[in-house]
Design a protein around this ligand. Structure first.
Ligand SMILES: [Zn+2]
Length: 308
């Protein structure tokens, strides 16, 4: 059996929101077992709490936004991805503004923050979600499908409407080591031709060459890329973050064609429907736990907490 994990100590970072352009400080704090992930808006009266759950999602256009009682947090997908990728189950995320900071556009700064905090084991068992039947969601030619399997695998294809990028596929057996090494450094991206439209919509106000890969007519204008398929890998990073709204790591094989936050959330809701009334979350075999659960990280002052 594996155990849930939270942070060893609070850690924080500062940055700006990609879409709002507003400065924000984000503090990650340890949370009790079975609490899951919850955001708290320190800048609003009463510091309202917004749980990271499927029913909190209010918008999926260009980012995933959660809200409760009028208080919202935008662009949660990269920190959610880092949490599930690094095996964190319970954390409270305090923000001084309406959006998670974009940092360099990837999840790596958050992985480094979690490493600085160190993780500690909690008493409650860690459980996982597994679909029993295949589920497919579609919008036009875009689709997202999950089929039952013993591990998490993702095959993601993007058909870019762009002469040079064309169609790209990335396939990954996502594990604890691969997440930090091969997914976390992959940065978000945008098309130069969409910038005017996005800014007219009030989005991408904080976007710059420092926090997003920008694609022009000739390809990415502010490379070099960390990986030849960095853009598609970033889509996998986003997918894992959105799926963690289910509250537990998911096991299955996922096949995506041109998906995005909207389809990710449709799949989340269908998985939630399928699992309602099923026997509860299950424990994985030791081999499968190996895939998902990162070893406990050394704390910043060099002490190593209890190891499994
Ligand atoms: Zn993203």
């Amino acid at each position: 059996m594996s155990h849930q994990r939270t942070l060893n100590r609070a850690v924080h970072c500062e940055g700006i929101g990609l879409h709002t352009g507003e400065p924000v400080t984000m503090t990650l704090r340890p949370a009790p077992a079975n609490r899951g992930v919850a955001f708290r808006r320190l800048d609003l009266p009463g510091a309202p709490v917004i749980p990271a759950r499927p029913d909190s999602v209010v918008d999926t256009h260009y980012a995933t936004t959660v809200a409760k009682d009028g208080a919202s947090v935008k662009t949660i997908e990269h920190i959610m991805s880092a949490l599930v990728g690094m095996g964190v189950d319970n954390v409270q995320i305090d923000l001084t503004g309406p959006e998670v900071p974009i940092m360099d556009g990837s999840a790596l700064p958050f992985v480094e923050l979690l490493r600085a905090a160190g993780l500690r084991r909690q008493l409650a068992p860690k459980t996982f979600l597994k679909v029993r039947q295949p589920i497919t969601v579609e919008v036009g030619t875009r689709s997202l499908r999950i089929v039952p399997s013993q591990r998490l695998k993702v095959i993601y294809t993007m058909c870019f409407d762009h002469a040079i990028l064309g169609e790209q596929t990335s396939a990954m057996d996502v594990g604890r080591e691969r997440y930090a090494r091969d997914l976390a450094p992959c940065r978000t991206f945008g098309f130069l031709r969409d910038l005017d439209m996005l800014q007219r919509m009030g989005l991408a106000k904080g976007g710059s060459l420092e926090n997003a890969l920008v694609v022009g007519e000739e390809g990415v204008i502010n490379g070099p890329l960390h990986f030849p398929d960095e853009l598609v890998r970033h889509k996998i990073l986003d997918l894992l973050g959105d799926l963690f709204l289910l509250g537990k790591p998911l096991v299955g094989t996922i096949i995506a064609h041109g998906a995005g936050h909207q389809l990710h959330l449709q799949l989340v809701r269908r998985i939630q429907d399928q699992l309602a009334g099923e026997p509860g979350p299950f424990s994985l075999s030791a081999a499968a736990v190996e895939q998902w659960v990162s070893p406990l990280l050394p704390t910043a002052h060099g002490l190593r907490p209890a190891v499994l």
